[in-house]
Design a protein around this ligand. Structure first.
Ligand code: GDP
Ligand code: MN
Length: 386
């Protein structure tokens, strides 16, 4: 689960990471007038989307007066943002964060990631952080510091001090920095994160060490340990994806028009590839799971057909634990319940496949059968184009 900047900063707050004081967060529809902007300026107004590179895309702006801050927030809400991290897609700004700003002297990069090869957390840092960290990693990889951390003991004192030296942290902020670095590692392990990133970690003109930005990605498999996160909003999933998740179906929406129902993640991936090879595009990735019961198949059809782009449905099920005849009965029963109006192409393989095919053929439903995945994919592509 990816957290928005302000949500990550709420976690930072709990762990005592130093930051700029927050004025507030406004949601689309709330109206920027509700923002309680007081005290002394300037202020920084920040679009809350799940992508970095907002600075260069007009999503981070400084304001000199409260009126200007409100006006900027108003303009950002509802704005479509494309940054170098959104893969060409536009993200809608639904929330805006306003903080007290300050002048920055230096911008440092500091993050904790999972080093999968070594099987432990690792700190990645650079004295030259800020908006061009990706370019720096390409042009000057030697300027990136890497450090492996023992997950049990956390970032040791000597490691934190070494890091502070490497990043040329000023004497005045030295101790504060080592504590901060240790706290970030603590957040990483305690939150079951796969990434905790601060870019920039800044030293302000008035000599304060400040986490200016936050990026936290947590592991969905550990959500049961973080009830507060689980009850929060899921910014990444579409409505259909959320519905599928709630009933235990593995579903990811895609851009094409062929709805796919498959059992097993590997077979689902192979199905997407084969559809592509046959000249079509899948509308979704869907894994009904091992026990493809009538109930589960019915639900899966309902989920697939919620997507108005779907012009044909391709069922590709391998009968291993569940026998093909049972699956065929399930498909017949489910398609009667759901009233599928688009062409339905079914490929079954595995135990009792002949009986399964007979059930489909005798069902009286308009089902196109295929003997191989390749044939099924070609039939589905042709059906979607009709
Ligand atoms: P990102 O571009 O999405 O990573 O957004 P950031 O929150 O990192 O902000 C981008 C840039 O805006 C930072 O690298 C800073 O240079 C600048 N910035 C953000 N907050 C402040 C602030 O309070 N004061 C100043 N002077 N600059 C800021
Ligand atoms: Mn940033």
């Amino acid at each position: 689960m990816k957290l928005l900047e302000y949500e990550g900063k709420e976690i930072f707050e709990r762990y005592g990471v130093p930051m700029l004081p927050r004025c507030g967060v406004v949601r689309i529809g709330d109206g920027a007038d509700k923002l309680d902007i007081g005290g002394e300026g300037p202020w920084v107004v920040k679009a809350q989307v799940l992508a970095g590179g907002r600075g260069k895309a007009g999503g981070v702006k400084l304001a000199k007066t409260p009126a200007e801050a409100r006006e900027l927030a108003r303009r950002m809400l509802g704005m479509k943002m494309v940054t170098h991290q959104t893969q060409g897609k536009a993200l809608t700004v639904e929330e805006v964060l306003v903080e007290h700003a300050t002048e920055l002297d230096r911008e440092i990069y500091l993050s904790v990631v999972l080093d999968r090869k070594a099987g432990c957390p690792a700190v990645i840092a650079s004295a030259e952080g800020g908006m061009s960290i990706e370019e720096l990693a390409h042009s000057h990889p030697e300027k990136i510091v890497r450090l492996q951390v023992d997950a049990e003991s956390g970032l040791l004192d000597f490691q934190a001090r070494q890091l502070a030296f490497d990043l040329r942290i000023p004497q005045k902020n030295f101790c504060e920095f080592t504590v901060l670095a240790q706290r970030l590692v603590k957040i990483f392990t305690e939150m079951d994160a796969s990434l905790v990133e601060v870019n920039p970690l800044a030293i302000s003109k008035d000599g304060r060490l400040l986490a200016i930005d936050s990026k936290i990605v947590t592991d969905d498999n550990a959500l049961f340990r973080h009830k507060d996160l689980a009850s929060g909003r899921d910014h990444e999933s579409s409505e259909i994806e959320k519905e599928a998740k709630a009933i235990g179906i593995n579903y990811i929406g895609l851009d094409g028009d062929i709805g796919c129902m498959v059992n097993g993640a590997g077979l689902a991936m192979a199905t997407l590839d084969t559809v592509k090879m046959a000249g079509g595009d899948a509308a979704n990735f869907l894994d009904v799971g091992g026990g493809a019961t009538v109930d589960q198949i019915t639900k899966a059809f309902q989920i697939i057909l919620k997507d108005p782009k779907v012009k044909a449905v391709l069922v590709n099920i391998f009968g291993g634990i569940m026998k093909c005849d049972n699956i065929a009965s399930g498909v017949v029963e489910a398609s009667k319940k759901v009233h599928i109006k688009v062409p339905l192409i079914v490929r079954l393989e595995g135990t009792n496949v002949e009986q399964g095919k007979e059930i489909l053929a005798k069902s009286g439903l308009k089902i196109e059968q295929a003997d191989s995945l390749w044939e099924a994919a070609r039939k589905a592509v042709a059906a979607a184009k009709r």
